[in-house]
Each structure stands twice: as structure tokens, then as C-alpha cells.
Design a protein around this ligand. Structure first.
Ligand code: TYD
Length: 134
């Protein structure tokens, strides 16, 4: 079991002799309606991103190319997973502190989210996060 209800979502890969295709549908492939898609790319060596939790936002992260490590922390338990498979997404429920590092030079990390960008939804202080998580 991953911290905070995080879980892997395996995607169905449609493949034939031309290559592979993954389709992600809201409420079917991912357990929410998709309001926003963003992706990280061109990440510089040694950089750490994320370092926050969300109060209400649910997200699914997919390394559509390359790989990165993601630390997951629910305030009690922490675990690092590696995103390296374009055929699986990582569900990140609300109130999971996450940090991404060790991006490969070619990494494209796509994130599907159930709400528009809202700075008020971010918890950026780790001690505050632990207080809120308890
Ligand atoms: P930031 O939150 O620092 O990224 P990360 O948590 O991955 O390190 O976001 C970088 C910038 O992009 C910051 O100015 C906020 C902006 N941003 C948006 O405008 N919309 C979005 O959906 C996201 C995720 C970030």
C-alpha cells in the first residue's frame, strides 16, 4: 500500500505493428473528471520539484517519456516510487506531500488534475502539512 491512498492505475495499451496508443478517459480510466492537464519537461539535472501537498486536488501523474522519482508522504508514512512507464499512472489523492527528483533528461511528466490551478489549494510548508494531515 502506498502512502495516502496513492495507487497505480494501469492503462490499456492499444498496440499493433505501427506502435502503441493509450487513451485516458475521465471517470473511466481516471477516477475523476479532468479539468486540467499540465506537463513538466526540460527539467534540469539535480532539480527537485513539487515539495507541496494539495488540500482538495486529485491528480494522476504519468511519465509519458523518460522517468523520475516521486516521494510520497501522508504525514505518517513515506515512500519513494519511480515513474517510468507510459502505460501506468500514479493516482495522487489530496493531502499527499510529494517531491519529484532524478528526472531523466528526456522526461516528460504529464499530470491530469480534477480542478483548475488554485494557489490557495497548495500546502507548501512541510510542518504545516503534517499538522493538517493529523
Ligand atoms: P510549480 O507549482 O512551482 O511547479 P512544481 O510544483 O512542479 O515544482 O509551478 C511552476 C509555475 O507554473 C508556477 O508559476 C505556477 C505555474 N502553474 C500554472 O500556472 N498552472 C498550473 O497548472 C501549474 C501546475 C503551475
Amino acid at each position: 500500500m502506498l502512502p495516502g491512498g496513492c495507487k497505480w492505475i494501469p492503462f490499456t495499451v492499444k498496440g499493433d505493428d505501427r506502435g502503441s496508443l493509450v487513451a485516458i478517459e475521465q471517470a473511466r480510466t481516471v477516477p475523476f473528471a479532468i479539468a486540467r492537464v499540465y506537463y513538466l519537461f526540460g527539467t534540469r539535472p539535480g532539480i527537485v520539484r513539487g515539495c507541496h501537498a494539495h488540500r482538495a486536488l486529485s491528480q494522476v501523474a504519468v511519465a509519458v517519456r523518460g522517468s523520475c522519482a516521486m516521494l510520497l508522504d501522508d504525514g505518517r508514512q513515506r515512500q519513494t516510487v519511480r515513474l517510468a512507464d507510459p502505460a501506468a499512472g500514479l493516482l495522487l489523492p489530496p493531502m499527499v506531500w510529494h517531491e519529484m527528483r532524478e528526472f531523466s533528461a528526456d522526461c516528460v511528466l504529464m499530470v491530469l488534475a480534477d480542478a483548475a490551478y488554485d494557489e490557495a489549494d497548495y500546502v507548501r510548508d512541510y510542518d504545516r502539512f503534517v499538522e493538517l494531515a493529523r
